[in-house]
Design a protein around this ligand. Structure first.
Ligand SMILES: Nc1ncnc2c1ncn2[C@@H]1O[C@H](COP(=O)(O)OP(=O)(O)OP(=O)(O)O)[C@@H](O)[C@H]1O
Length: 394
């Protein structure tokens, strides 16, 4: 596991750090979350990422106090807080279904938490105005939630959380009910509000693009355990396993015999077949290993007869789909391996092309191809869920 560089803490944050120490949650015999360790600096934006059922919501609900821990502890600076009820933790929550009161105006929805806390009228009005300004809803203050768009309703939910000046904001897939364009807009808004107010945010998502765009550090969970923690750049560029690689868009997982390995460089290949040179951060000791390559890292090197050099992969084109700026293509090698790649222009099915990839963009993992395939299936299931709009895509 890689621990990402610690992000500079925001001096406006309400605490120094929050520490999850071996947080475990079981449901009967099933363990939803196991030995979760994480230190969150005040002011940080953390994304919990993973496919459906990996334990993201369980982790968030344990933090919020909605689920008691089976084992472990949570510390806010020097105070142990996992024994406190949710209302004593001072955290704000934003859910995917907004959970607004339909019969109350936007203003009253936002003011609700303050009235429960018996904040005075003038102070309430001032803070509600400020929260509505922050989420840019001032002119909609007197409308009912039903009169607002999905994105505006989600802003009300965010205003309702931030008006309480929470020490920590917990968000569970807050954008998953919005269409793709609005999701991207609201994502920027959420990051802006986080920064403007000096909040500390923990954000649950199964969408890797969202996690990478928003977070200072991404925590990738798999079957209730942490698989990798790192900055978006680290997780994207140096995934620690084929599972993370699959999630981060390394769609090609090619299992090959190991020919040589040392100093982080690995030679893979078959006699008279596919040969690839790649890099690895872990020692490769097995006889076979898996090379992970992103489709966009393959480049067309020309026709199979003329292409020369390292990492040449010859394929017969099977599918070529127009995606606007580029064409997404699928080809098959002579030994029947499917290779996903990109091309600046359409290529006809049946055409043979030589592809090449820089060795530093071939990540080699000493895992079995079954593990790699399972990982890719999980990641693919997620992306299918994305495109069909399915909630949990798993
Ligand atoms: N109340 C419960 N009783 C029994 N099992 C539960 C309960 N809540 C969660 N689980 C199980 O714990 C595991 C983790 O669930 P969790 O909701 O944390 O996953 P998730 O990553 O948030 O998934 P999703 O993205 O689908 O919401 C799953 O296997 C789930 O079936």
């Amino acid at each position: 596991m890689t621990v990402g560089s610690v992000v500079e803490k925001d001096s406006r944050a309400a605490f120094g750090h929050l520490r999850l120490d071996g947080v475990t949650r079981r449901f009967g015999k099933a363990t939803a979350l196991s030995g979760f360790d994480l230190r969150i600096e005040g002011g940080e934006f953390i994304a919990l990422l993973g496919p459906s059922g990996c334990g993201k919501s369980t982790a968030l609900n344990c933090l919020a106090g909605l689920l008691p821990l089976s084992e472990g502890a949570i510390w806010l600076d020097e105070e142990r807080i996992d024994t406190l009820p949710p209302e004593k933790r001072g955290f704000g929550m934003v859910f995917q279904n907004y959970a607004l009161f339909p019969h109350l105006s936007v203003r009253k929805n936002v003011a609700f938490g303050l009235s429960v806390r018996r904040v005075g009228k003038a102070e309430t009005a001032r803070r509600v105005d400020e929260a509505l300004r922050t989420v840019e809803l001032t002119e909609h203050a007197d409308k009912l939630p039903g009169q607002l768009s999905g994105g505006q309703q989600q802003r009300v939910a965010i205003a309702r959380a931030i008006v309480l000046r929470p020490k920590l904001v917990l968000m569970d897939e807050p954008l998953s009910n919005l269409d793709a364009k609005l999701r991207v807009q609201m994502r920027t808004e959420i990051r802006r509000i986080h920064q403007d107010l000096g909040l500390t945010t923990v954000y649950v998502t199964h969408d890797q693009e969202e996690a990478l765009a928003l977070a200072d550090r991404v925590v990738v969970l798999r079957s209730g355990k942490v698989e990798q923690i790192g900055t978006p750049e680290e997780v994207y560029t140096y995934p620690v396993s084929t599972y993370i690689a699959g999630f981060m868009g390394y769609r090609n997982l090619l299992e090959l015999p190991v020919l040589s390995s040392g100093d982080g460089k690995v030679g893979l290949g078959e006699k008279d077949g596919l040969n690839l040179t790649g890099v690895s951060r872990q020692p490769i000791t097995g006889a076979r290993a898996v090379a992970a390559v992103r489709p966009e890292d393959f480049h067309i090197a020309g026709s199979p007869d003329s292409a020369a050099g390292e990492n040449i992969v010859t394929v017969r084109v099977e599918v070529s789909e127009f995606h606007g700026r580029e064409v997404a293509a699928e080809g098959v090698t002579d030994d029947g391996r499917v290779v996903h790649f990109r091309s600046p222009e359409r290529i006809a099915p049946g055409e043979r092309v030589a592809l090449t990839v820089a060795p530093e963009r071939v990540l080699v993992f000493g895992e079995s191809v079954q593990d790699a395939a399972a990982a890719l299936d999980e990641a693919a299931a997620e992306s299918i869920g994305e495109t069909t709009g399915a909630k949990d895509g798993g």
